[in-house]
Design a binder for this molecule. Structure first.
Ligand code: ADP
Ligand code: MG
Length: 197
């Protein structure tokens, strides 16, 4: 994820400069640099423990709205997975539902409000549908990635109703939401991490 954020930092920042305060790329880079350092330093053994550490680190290092939102999502997903060393597709689907619920509880955004929810909600549904069809995590992650990318692209014509971009009113139309874009990157990281497994 850190590598993807490094590659996309300027892109995320330029999206956030169109409808926000131009800090989303920097926020994500600061957060995931700290996450990699924290994971390297501490022995978080299970996937759930790594996600919990990721969430705690994002909350403590990212100042923008996205820090507490992504941070809570990772924390809740980590708690949902617990300490099991093996994660089943169904467990990961449940963790995604829990993460989405955490973001919606904290940010009160619905699909269509032009936020990260517009990428995470369809991605969670696509992951669940793939699992229901009997897919393993790598295939479900790919379907979720495509849904997240489509969801992020679908934010372009929307007017922002939550977060800093909503202050722009109709002027937020015509730009892709930064947080939905980084949500798609998170699913790209999941695909890369699970490829070949
Ligand atoms: P800030 O808006 O504080 O500068 P960032 O630039 O890091 O924080 O993150 C902005 C992103 O956060 C937006 O693109 C949007 O996806 C997401 N966001 C903002 N407010 C909310 C909310 N209430 N619910 C869900 N996501 C939100
Ligand atoms: Mg910002």
């Amino acid at each position: 994820m850190l590598r993807l954020v490094e590659q996309n930092k300027d892109h995320l920042t330029s999206l956030d400069s169109a409808i926000g305060d131009a800090d989303h790329g920097v926020n994500m880079l600061r957060g995931f640099t700290a996450v990699v350092a924290a994971v390297d330093k501490r022995d978080a053994d299970s996937p759930g423990e790594v996600l919990l550490l990721t969430g705690n680190t994002l909350i403590s290092t990212v100042g923008g709205a996205s820090g507490p939102l992504f941070g809570s999502a990772f924390r809740v997903a980590g708690k949902s997975l617990g300490k099991d060393s093996d994660v089943t597709p169904a467990q990961l689907a449940a963790a995604l539902h829990d993460a989405l619920a955490a973001i919606r509880k904290l940010g009160a955004a619905s699909v269509g409000d032009k936020t990260m929810v517009d990428a995470l909600a369809p991605a969670t549904d696509a992951f669940q549908a793939a699992v229901d069809d009997g897919a393993g995590i790598p295939v479900a992650a790919k379907r979720a990635l495509h849904a997240a990318e489509d969801g992020a692209a679908a934010t372009i014509p929307l007017q922002a109703l939550k977060g800093r971009a909503s202050y722009l009113g109709p002027r937020s139309v015509g730009h892709q939401d930064p947080g939905a874009t980084s949500t798609a990157l998170l699913f790209r990281a999941l695909v890369t991490a699970t490829e070949g497994s």
